[in-house]
Design a protein around this ligand. Structure first.
Ligand code: PLP
Length: 430
């Protein structure tokens, strides 16, 4: 599709990156279920391997179905390129990998998906990387945490589990001043509600497992590059600016300019780490993305109704939804995610841990699962599940204290969801 700038979001979510199949005329993007692709001749093969020509070699690196999804998501986010991978957590490693080396650190928000807190506080240490967690509402603390070894700042636009809204622009300004990239996990917001690149983010990561696919069928991830960071200028990122031995001394920043990060992600990241998205998963996610805006509008409408109802209920102590006037983040919604504050929030149940467990067990429409961003309404008691590995202080800081449950509001009838919550709260709180 040409001139993607002039089309609206609803058009792009269906068409960007796709064209009728040149071989068969198939209107939907076929699932190219093939490991390898035939070279035209030896010269073509050599050009592909030298990164002088873009094309398909082997599906660990590139696949035509996955390529359509990459272009679709890059377009919706306003980036220059994207690399899809096997999960959201894979996308996070793929985003950090070109930036980090042993001894280097990332400054991360305290309010993150529980699995990301574990990945950043435990697992990345095995690579010699580390993370420093700070409250992103305290910009002085963010600045103070940055040292000579800090390579990136990482946060979520609409943050797990409480639905807090990050002031992306303010943190981007801190990153700019320090000469380091800002990485935004935009999973909970999606590009329909928030476009972090417009607020100064360098890279955007997604768990496509969630709203982008939308119906809880496949896991996947994506790293989108804004193309705006000058990797060559800073000297802090030799993987991108210095000669790459595996490609005869090619320099990614010099050779590929704004596409350096994307090419590095495919030619080094997917080639050597192998966290590849398969074409079946890309197919399901492409189908999901086609209806993203319609679903997100309904997710937000339902979340607003339900959060308002819960806030007035005597059995509930508080509701964290940023779309409520009582939220300290209400004013940020207008600038950061003007189409709504998403559909993810927590609420505190009178009666604490025991009442939360009883509530979760008594619901009939809501499913008790460790997932979010499904058409179905989901609930989880974070303290006993996703945030179980964290210390009490980390749970509190992350908004996952023992007396709160997290909901991901689906697109069912809001009145049915309210009735379900009402009957379950009656059983949980006596
Ligand atoms: C689910 C999720 C992840 C991890 O994604 P997976 O696809 O499960 O690996 C990361 N960040 C956020 C905000 C998520 O919701």
């Amino acid at each position: 599709m040409s001139d993607t700038e002039s089309y609206g979001f609803d058009t792009l979510q269906i068409h960007a990156g796709a064209a009728p199949d040149p071989a068969t005329g198939a209107r939907n993007t076929p699932i190219y279920q093939s490991t390898a692709f035939v070279f035209r001749d030896a010269e073509h093969a050599a050009a592909l391997f030298n990164l002088q020509e873009v094309g398909f070699i082997y599906s660990r690196l590139t696949n035509p179905t996955v390529a359509v999804l990459q272009e679709r998501i890059a377009t919706l986010e306003g980036g220059v390129g994207a690399v899809c991978c096997s999960s959201g957590h894979a996308a996070q490693i793929m985003a950090l990998f070109p930036l980090m080396r042993p001894g280097k650190n990332v400054v991360a928000s305290t309010r993150l998906y529980g699995g990301t807190v574990t990945q950043f506080s435990q697992t990345i240490k095995r690579f010699g990387w580390s993370a420093k967690f700070v409250d992103f509402d305290d910009l002085d603390a963010v600045k103070a945490a940055i040292d000579d070894d800090t390579q990136a700042i990482f946060g979520e636009a609409i943050a797990n589990p409480g639905g807090y809204i990050m002031d992306v622009r303010a943190v981007a300004d801190v990153a700019d001043a320090a000469g380091i990239p800002l990485i935004i996990d935009n999973t909970s917001a999606t590009p329909y509600l928030c476009r972090p690149i417009e607020h100064g983010a360098t890279l955007v990561v997604h768990s496509t497992t969630k709203y982008l696919t939308g119906n809880g069928t496949v896991t996947g991830g994506c790293v989108v590059d804004s193309g705006k960071f000058d990797w060559g200028a800073s000297g802090k990122f030799p993987s991108l600016s210095e000669p790459e031995p595996a490609y005869h001394g090619l320099k990614f920043a010099e050779t590929f300019g704004p596409l350096a990060f994307t090419f590095h992600g495919i030619a080094i990241g997917l080639r050597d780490l192998g966290m590849t998205m398969n074409p079946q998963a890309a197919h399901y996610t492409l189908m999901g993305v086609e209806t993203l805006s319609l679903r997100m509008d309904r997710h937000v409408e339902n979340a607003e109704k339900i959060a308002n109802w819960l806030e007035k209920d005597a059995r509930v102590d508080f509701v964290t939804y940023a779309g409520l006037k009582s939220s300290p983040y209400f004013d940020r919604v207008k600038t950061v995610c003007p189409k709504g504050a998403g559909a993810l929030f927590t609420f505190a149940v009178k009666g604490g841990y025991e009442a939360c467990v009883k509530l979760v067990d008594s619901l009939e429409i809501f499913s008790h699962v460790a997932n979010l961003g499904d058409t179905r309404s989901l609930i989880i008691h974070s303290a006993s599940t996703t945030h179980r590995q964290l210390t009490a202080e980390q749970q509190e800081a992350a908004g996952a204290a023992p007396n709160v449950v997290r909901v991901s509001i689906g697109i069912e009838d809001a009145d049915d969801l309210i009735r379900d919550l009402d009957q379950a709260l009656s059983k949980a709180v006596s």
